[in-house]
Write a protein that binds this ligand. Structure first.
Ligand code: SF4
Length: 362
């Protein structure tokens, strides 16, 4: 129940209920006592999705860390001692995932110079031939853009072929901050804001839902974070194709942008700021995107649990073999068992529920 002594103006609360908060509303919500914002987000979460807290049993497969990209925040790329999994090795990991009860494999990797769309289609078709029921959540908008351009075909055609070959959903990664000013500094060779919007919108229209992500806490302003969330809201109004929003605090270790942030005397984000972002996303996306995920890999398990009182209703996946955040300094482990998820969710006074990628049946 929201604190009745809240200083948040009634008209802002009214707009939040209707899913119509403005950028100015968002800025003002960051200036109130954080517990007032958490309380509003918690109330909206409860009305939108109730008390169940979801998680998915999945396995990450990062098929290569070699990459022609030059993202300044990336600690995963390694073109000297990197690895590249063969199709057989990928299939072996899918087989483990299947044995361990995963309902989803999440597949992403670096951008290889000598691959085109066929490489991505081969992965999908091989998995679907042996594991027709395994949901394939794979390939960021950047990877799809790369595959299409390497094959010299429009993104729309690439998406159709990917879907036909078994792609279920896409991670909405490569979004970082949807501002070309920021992208020019942190990921100059990555697709621009309008291109990310384009790939994601086309994916939704092709029948491939995606998640939405935001990597915050590096060189962007608060206004740019809010613009990012509002861009996601606009896409959602048009397509309805986002399944969830996953806020991702920046990991500042072992990467160029992180070194600059640390030299400037900051340590990326604080816990309170992370919780404020989760709450703000719940408020700004209310009535549009039902699910807000607290990433235990990025936040740590204890802060992720508390985020369940700040607007989040999902804890993401078991993961098994998380590599990307770990290389940038995340020290929270690579795997969380379903039993630990259940224990943690019950410990927060909520009801655990295993979900599938599309949140069906939740
Ligand atoms: S973030 Fe992805 S695209 Fe960018 S350098 Fe790293 S692996 Fe490559």
């Amino acid at each position: 129940m929201r604190n009745t002594a809240s200083t948040i103006p009634d008209e802002v609360i009214q707009r939040a209920r209707l899913g119509k908060c403005t950028k100015e509303d968002a800025m003002s919500l960051l200036n109130v006592n954080p517990f007032e914002l958490f309380s509003l987000a918690d109330e909206l979460r409860s009305e939108a999705v109730g008390d169940a807290v979801t998680y998915v049993i999945n396995r990450n497969i990062n098929f290569t860390n070699r990459c022609i990209g030059n993202c300044g925040f990336c600690a995963f790329r390694d073109n000297n001692n990197g690895y590249r999994l063969t199709l057989d090795e990928i299939m072996e990991k899918v087989s483990w995932a299947d044995k361990e009860g995963s309902t989803e494999v999440c597949i992403q990797g670096g951008l290889l110079p000598d691959t085109n769309l066929d490489f991505y289609l081969d992965i999908l078709e091989s998995i679907k031939a042996e594991y027709p029921d395994m949901h394939i959540h794979a390939f960021s908008p950047m990877e799809v853009y790369h595959a299409a351009s390497q094959s010299n075909i429009p993104v729309r055609d690439a998406l159709e072929k990917l879907k036909q070959s078994g792609l279920g959903t896409m991670p909405g990664t490569a979004a970082e901050i949807l501002s070309d000013r920021v992208r020019k500094v942190i990921c100059p060779s990555k697709l621009k804001t309008a291109e990310w919007v384009d790939v994601v919108t086309l994916a939704h229209k092709t029948g491939i839902p995606t998640t939405a992500t935001m990597m915050y806490g590096h060189i962007e302003t608060m206004g740019e974070r809010i613009d990012h969330i509002l861009i996601v809201r606009d896409i959602q109004k048009e397509t309805g194709g986002f399944t969830e929003f996953v806020p991702l605090p920046f990991m500042p270790y072992n990467n160029r942008i992180g070194e600059e942030v640390l030299r400037s005397g900051r340590f990326a984000t604080t816990g309170v700021e992370d919780l404020q972002m989760h709450a703000l996303i719940r408020v700004l996306l209310n009535t549009h995107v039902a699910n807000v995920q607290a990433s235990w890999v990025k936040l740590g398990k204890k802060l992720a649990q508390f985020a369940l009182y700040c607007g989040a209703n999902d804890l993401g996946g078991t993961l098994m073999e998380e590599k990307i955040s770990k290389s940038a300094g995340a020290g929270h482990g690579e795997y969380m068992s379903p039993e630990e998820f259940e224990w943690m969710i019950r410990g927060a006074g909520r009801t655990p529920k295993q979900r599938n990628t599309l949140y069906h049946g939740v």
